[in-house]
Design a protein around this ligand. Sequence first.
Ligand code: F6P
Length: 345
Amino acid sequence: MSKRIGILTGGGDCPGLNAVIRALVRRAAIDDVAVLGIREGWRGLVEGNIEPLTRASVTGILPRGGTILGTSRFNPLEHTASLDRIRQHWIDYDLQALIVVGGEGSLSAARDLWRDHQYPIIGVPKTIDNDLTGTDFTFGFDTAVHIVMEAIDRLHSTAESHHRVMVVEVMGRHTGWIAAYGGIAGGADVVLVPEHPFRLSRVCEMIQQRESQGRAFSIIVVAEDAHPHPEEDFISAEAHAEIYRHNHLGGIANILALEIERCTRIETRVTKLGYVQRGGSPTAFDRVLATRFGIKAYEMVAAREWGRMAALHGNHMSSVPLEEAVGTLKRLDPEIYRIAEIFFG
Ligand code: F6P
């Protein structure tokens, strides 16, 4: 059995990361295996920002959001000098295995370091977006959906009082998982996701139909990367460029709200939930799932299942090659969108 396991958390943070770290440390302690915490994602391995994690260092972290190790979007493969430093620190700290808890970016680097340099690495999927191929769910997603649901519940009362349309922009990168689950849970009247380019005319029709039936308010959930159908030109080229500047998503809700107000003449307001969706304490589901991922990662190290990622299939923990897990996004399940659609209008 490997006697010294490193763990790092990379990419955007998400609720449940601390539960993974805690589970690994507690499980490893049973076998007298040391765990080293690598700070600030891959950057910590390059800079040698590494410290032992003991039972004391993980006490009380289960309900805490974020990651006690810190995180970054640092790419260790960008400069060859980084590779030399990783090699040196791997030897200096006598690492026998590394667990990388990350999303698409961090796990791609993990895949490359295993495939091209044979570092004994195990991946653990994390993202609120739930867009990683190879696992049915990632921890953090349930918490984000819960936050969206609570926000929609609150928006209902104010929307109803003022007879307004509320456009709620949610995260999800290039997929509509958070929007669809949050929309179904919160009872949204329309959900717009990247997988289904929308038509403004149809959105306005549904809002007006509600109004004519005596429901003078509407809740529209829009995923940050939802976009209009190619035949719709309501977003100008400049506005489009502004939304997608620096590859940074967000802003569609403002443009959509202006257009909805123009075509329906109903007062429309915007709520952008932003980073609130990534913060705070994980739900019970995410705490349990993250704990299972931490234990599974330890067992994979023990079984020397290098180059693989822990995964949830149905309600069973298993693993898939990292190669399969990165590269293609897991798009929103069409069945989930079909269910959301039944409640439109
Ligand atoms: O991948 C998680 C996520 O929160 C996305 O939903 C969002 O688009 C992105 O990260 C924001 O990234 P950053 O923290 O770099 O602004």
